[in-house]
Structures are given as C-alpha cells and as structure tokens.
Design a protein around this ligand. Structure first.
Ligand SMILES: C[S@@+](CC[C@H](N)C(=O)[O-])C[C@H]1O[C@@H](n2cnc3c(N)ncnc32)[C@H](O)[C@@H]1O
Length: 325
C-alpha cells in the first residue's frame, strides 16, 4: 500500500493534494468536452430521482450535480424519509473515503457517500434504483475482469431506461502535430509511442508502460463499446476529444487557459509513476535504457517538465453514454 491504496495496481495517490488535482482536472475535462451541463443531453435531469457517482474520488462530479439548478431544490437529505415524487437522492462511493470532503459538505449538499469497491456486489436496496450513474477516470484502476464486474453492477443498479455515463481517457501522450482523427483511425501506435528519444516517447515509456504493466487498458475508448454491450447496456452516444496538457493551445484553444495546471498535472502524473517504477528498479526512458540513479530520474522529470510547457501533449478523452433497456 505504498500510495495508501487498498488496490495494489492503482498507481495514483489517495491523499495529499490528490483531491485538488482531481478538482482542476474536472474543470479542464468540462472545458475540453464543452458540456453545457454536467450530464448527457439525453438525460431528463428534471425527472431523475436517484443519481450515483461511482469511484467518485473527491466527489467533484456529484457535488457539481448537487448544485445544479434543476437538482438543488429537489435534493432530499439522506436522513429524510420523504418519498415524494419531486425528490432526488444523490449517492457517491469510492474504494476509499480518503479524498472525500468533510461530512459537513455532504450534509449541506445532501450527498450520501460510502466506501465501496465497484467490482463487488452493492447492497440490494440500491438495485434498480438509479436514473443516472456516472463513472469517471477509472482507466488506471480497473483491469478487464474488473471492468466486466463493475459494468455488471451498473446494469443491476440502473432502473430500466436508466443511463450510464462513462467519462475517461486513454493513457497515451500524443504530440500536438498528430491529429485526433489519425489516432481514431490508426490507434495509439503502441509500442512505437513508447520507443524513441522524444520527450513524449520518454513520457509514455513511463506512463503507458505502467498502465500495460498493471494490466489496465491504454486503449479504453476502443474497448468500451464491447464492454458495455457485454454488460447488456446499449450504447447511445460516444465521443472522443482532446485532453491537452501544457502548451497545446493550437489544437485545443479552449484549454489554453488551463495551461499552467494541466502542465502541473502532467508533472504530477509523471512523478507518481516514475517514482514507483524507480522504486521497483523498472524505470526506463527511453525504452531499453534503465535509470538507476536519483540524478538521472530528476533529469528525466526536468525534461518532461520543459517538454509539456514548450511543446505540449494531449491524451484522448472520451465519453460513452449507454442505456439499460
Ligand atoms: C483518478 S480518480 C477519479 C475520481 C473521480 N471519478 C473524478 O473524476 O475526479 C479514480 C478513483 O477511483 C477509485 N477507485 C479505484 N479502484 C476502485 C474500485 N475498485 N472501486 C471503487 N473506486 C475505485 C480511486 O480511489 C480514485 O478515487
């Protein structure tokens, strides 16, 4: 549990400033997709009665929903026994409460949060309850069998006609010179994207290699349609967009204002994965060159720091909306 994690292959930290990182990442994600509201267009939020955020982290999404004008006046507190037709109940869960905000904030927002592993069966009283389930940014957490288990749970928890909204990414850095269309057409170019001497190839030799080592998907957007279908969920909408880091304004102008914190986010992701790989004696950059000294690891971090600020990079963000028939 080197990161305070209860899941041995989840590489990100559970404490410290991780909640702040997730909050800023959420702002950038909303801008990248250009959402008019924090839920799919097809969801009739005014008539939803129960919403669940799975693997909620710091609960940034469910708290955003809680403050939405069509939701806020209708929220029923967890302690309320009202079963009126107007009411809406908000739930969030995560493997760990480590990044949850203080209980007072949940009380104010009317969110019922609990610790739960999305791959394990949920309490029966929640079966068939939800109009909308959101699960965001779990690509580094779930292996193939865990995706299957989590999506089977989603199916069980949704009402007939209920909506599942996945918002996630494919953890491979691409240079701004490579178009999103070419990635959509040709895939991520693994392993070439991890082999070579550019800063982005070195970044991927740590980042994407960690994902592959852990057995999680680096190409989740290409897998999700089948995973959803196997869980009995009907895909109704899928979209990819550019999640820019640092200087990437030419291809993602909408994210130019996020330059500083997306560059910091790139540094943070690199640091957590490089430090773990170094501790295991597996840090390589470029691929095939083993880094064995702290000085060389720090020089690599500086190269990544400069690269993201001078050139920039992007990952593929994606949203999938699916319905339980
Ligand atoms: C990158 S964070 C994303 C958090 C949040 N969804 C967001 O978009 O900001 C991934 C979250 O998944 C949680 N997680 C990892 N494995 C999980 C599991 N098996 N069940 C529930 N949560 C899990 C982690 O604790 C972490 O909070």
């Amino acid at each position: 549990m080197a990161n305070g994690n209860v899941n041995d292959h989840y590489p990100l930290s559970q404490g410290g400033t991780e909640g702040d990182r997730l909050a800023l990442q959420y702002i950038a994600t909303k801008k990248a997709f250009g959402w008019a509201q924090p839920y799919p267009d097809s969801v009739d939020i005014a008539n939803a009665h129960a919403i669940l955020d799975l693997a909620a982290g710091s609960c940034v999404w469910i708290l955003d929903i809680a403050s939405h004008p069509l939701v806020r006046p209708r929220v029923r507190r967890p302690s309320s026994t009202d079963t009126d037709e107007e009411g809406i109940r908000l739930y969030a869960c995560d493997l760990t409460a480590a990044k949850f905000p203080p209980q007072a904030l949940f009380d104010k927002a009317g969110v019922q949060a609990f610790e739960h592993d999305v791959t394990k069966p949920f309490p029966e009283e929640l079966y068939g309850k939800f109009d909308l389930i959101h699960m965001g940014l779990v690509v580094l957490a779930l292996r193939p069998a865990e995706w299957a288990a989590a999506l089977a749970n989603v199916h069980t928890l949704l009402k007939p006609g209920g909506t599942f909204w996945s918002v996630d990414n494919d953890p491979v850095f691409h240079p701004p010179s490579e178009s999103l269309e070419s990635v959509e057409r040709n895939g991520h170019g693994v392993p070439a994207c991890m082999e070579g001497d550019t800063w982005i190839q070195k970044y991927n030799s740590v980042y994407t290699r960690t994902v592959m080592r852990n057995g999680t998907y680096y190409d989740l957007s290409f897998r999700l349609p089948d995973l959803l279908a196997q869980a009995g969920l009907t895909l109704t909408h899928a979209r990819r967009c550019i999640g820019a880091f640092g200087r990437c304004g030419d291809i993602a102008p909408v994210l130019a204002t996020e330059y500083a914190h997306t560059a910091d986010n790139s540094d943070a992701l690199h640091a957590v994965m490089a430090n773990a790989a170094f501790a295991r004696g597996e840090l390589e950059a470029p691929a095939g060159h083993r880094i064995t000294t702290v000085e060389e690891k720090e020089a690599l971090a500086r190269e990544m720091h400069v690269g993201v600020r001078e050139e920039g990079a992007y990952i593929v963000l994606h949203e999938h909306v699916a319905v339980k028939n």
